[in-house]
Design a protein around this ligand. Structure first.
Ligand code: CAA
Length: 251
């Protein structure tokens, strides 16, 4: 059944940060569709939504691989038919294939570029027209502190996340007159499975460098996304909001 709420689509919506974003946007009164691509990974998300008291009047799932342009087109059309047009898009789908460049294979490279960067084109391209036509829209792209500072073992990931920043600033210029803003949020190290997969000694060394002395909680990232997705952020576009506990500071 179509909703009267604004519809938000969160790619990678069942992951650590994605789940927190879904919960926050739904609490803010949006109808949130969480995209996911690996069967079974939605179970934890369902439990998290139920625990937050969110049911099918405010959240839904949409299966589909963000690396496939046509699949994303079908998904966007299905969401529009079932719930309504997407007004808020959060491009959150992302993976790591960390390895030093000298050991990096074409698979390591393409998997990360396709999932983290080409996905942003694949999904945004299908919803931006509707946002412009309706005169209101929000695109929030999840980048990373490592887009700006680089990271040993992440040539693929840092390149993809830096690409997101260039995309953000370019599209922002093209659609701002239509009432659509495009921004990035760059988390530092967040307490998620992705970060916990880093070898413990390496992870401890990274945490020791964070001025805040700890990793971020997913909700701390979600709050920034929710702000940029709100009416309050209407005049903010093309920006990159760092949520990194002081790990990297720049003007
Ligand atoms: N700078 C310089 N040299 C470094 C280094 C660094 N940061 N880290 C390691 N080295 C050196 C080591 O001292 C070692 O030197 P020697 O051979 O002289 O002893 C050499 O490089 C090999 O180091 P490793 O043993 O670590 O190499 P490895 O092949 O076992 O592991 C790696 C490589 C998997 C990339 C590992 O270093 C690693 O996991 N790094 C962390 C990557 C990371 O931060 N990922 C973030 C994931 S979360 C995320 O991406 C979310 C987000 O947005 C932040």
């Amino acid at each position: 059944m179509k909703t009267t709420k604004r519809v938000a689509l969160v790619t990678g919506g069942v992951g650590g940060i994605g789940t927190a974003i879904c919960r926050k946007l739904a609490a803010d009164g949006l109808f949130v569709v969480a995209n996911y691509a690996i069967p079974g990974t939605e179970e934890a998300w369902k439990r998290a939504m139920a625990a937050a008291g969110l049911d099918n009047t405010s959240v839904a799932l949409a299966f589909g691989d963000v690396t496939d342009f046509e699949t994303m087109g079908s998904m966007a059309r299905q969401i529009q038919a079932d719930h309504g047009p997407v007004s808020v898009l959060v491009n959150c789908a992302g993976i790591t294939r960390d390895t030093t460049f000298r050991k990096m294979t074409p698979e390591h490279w393409h998997q990360v570029i396709d999932t983290n960067l080409t996905s942003v084109f694949n999904v945004t391209r299908h919803v931006i027209e509707g946002m412009c036509e309706r005169g209101w829209g929000r695109v929030v792209n999840i980048s990373s502190v490592n887009a700006i500072r680089g990271q040993f073992g992440q040539c693929n990931y840092a390149a993809a996340k830096a690409g997101i920043l260039g995309f953000t600033k370019s599209l922002a210029q093209e659609v701002v007159k239509k009432g659509v803003t495009v921004n990035a949020v760059s988390p530092g190290y967040v307490q998620t499975d992705m970060v916990m997969a880093i070898r413990e000694d390496v992870r401890e060394q990274i945490i020791a460098q964070i001025p805040a002395g700890r990793m971020a909680m997913p909700d701390e990232v979600a709050d920034s996304v929710a702000f940029l997705a709100s009416d309050k952020a209407a005049y903010i576009t093309g920006t990159n909001l760092s949520v990194n506990g002081g790990l990297h500071m720049y003007a």
